[in-house]
Design a protein around this ligand. Structure first.
Ligand code: PEP
Length: 249
């Protein structure tokens, strides 16, 4: 049985007191599903969030990190720094990082290596743009994003990799991939993994869907056999909506 996961990406939202308020709301809501729950506050609020969520079953994760261990990289944060404040999981390859900060597959391969070398778990994001979907090139794009950043890894590394398929055209747009489109792509991703690493590994990796998941569509998307959970943006900023999604399983 693959692990079901719902992760909230708070992006560059919430200052310290807003973070504290959202966390106290999250702590008051009952979880009724078996999904693993994660939230990703901005860097400055990670330590506060780790301390505040220590007693509950919500993991605090990071939105990004640099691949170097330390050094002259002004403004960047290393895996070791994240570990030192209690962070064991990092989101890498989010489409906003790729689009606005020029993150390439090569850079992401290095970030993945650095996270794994520091015994961190990675939520690796990828997904096609609208033009790729319209031209029918979406599977090719997704396959190359996965191959370029992950296929240098040994099979054993995949116990610490979670995949997140996030079609760029569905992020923050209110436009969701249909449950069938999500299922088709997740099945394709699993086949891509299987071709390289075999069926057993492909069937063990959790694949999340991200892109305008809301309380009113989560259940249908999560009911698809190859969808193991969600990476949630906008709806994760509201505790009630976020837990409605968590409890949609
Ligand atoms: C995201 O940014 O990963 C995301 C899925 O955002 P939203 O849920 O707002 O589309």
């Amino acid at each position: 049985m693959r692990q079901q996961i719902v992760a909230g990406n708070w992006k560059m939202n919430n200052d310290l007191s807003q973070t504290e308020s959202l966390i106290s709301e999250l702590k008051n809501i009952k979880k009724t599903s078996n999904a693993e729950v994660m939230v990703a506050p901005t860097f400055t609020n990670l330590l506060t969030a780790v301390k505040a969520l220590k007693t509950v079953d919500i993991e605090v994760i990071a939105q990004n990190m640099h691949f170097a261990e330390n050094g002259a990289y002004t403004g960047e944060i290393s895996a070791a720094m994240l570990k030192s404040v209690g962070i064991n999981t990092v989101i890498l390859g989010h489409s906003e990082r790729r689009a606005y900060f020029n993150e390439t597959d090569d850079m992401l391969a290095k970030k993945v290596d650095a996270a794994l070398a520091n015994n961190m778990r990675v939520i690796f994001c990828f997904g096609e743009e609208l033009a790729d979907r319209k031209s029918g090139n979406h599977e090719h794009i997704v396959e190359s994003q996965i191959k370029n950043a992950l296929f240098h890894l040994d099979a054993s590394a995949f116990k610490n990799i979670v995949l997140a398929y996030e079609p760029v055209w569905a992020i923050g747009t209110g436009e969701t991939a249909s449950p069938e489109q999500a299922q088709d792509m997740h099945a394709f991703i699993r086949k891509t993994l299987s071709n390289k690493y075999g069926n057993a590994l492909a069937n063990s990796v959790s694949i999340l869907y991200g892109g305008s998941v809301k309380p009113n569509n989560a259940q249908e998307i999560f009911s698809k056999p190859d969808v193991d959970g969600g990476l949630i943006g906008g709806a994760a900023l509201n505790a009630t909506d976020f837990f409605a999604i968590v409890n949609a399983f």
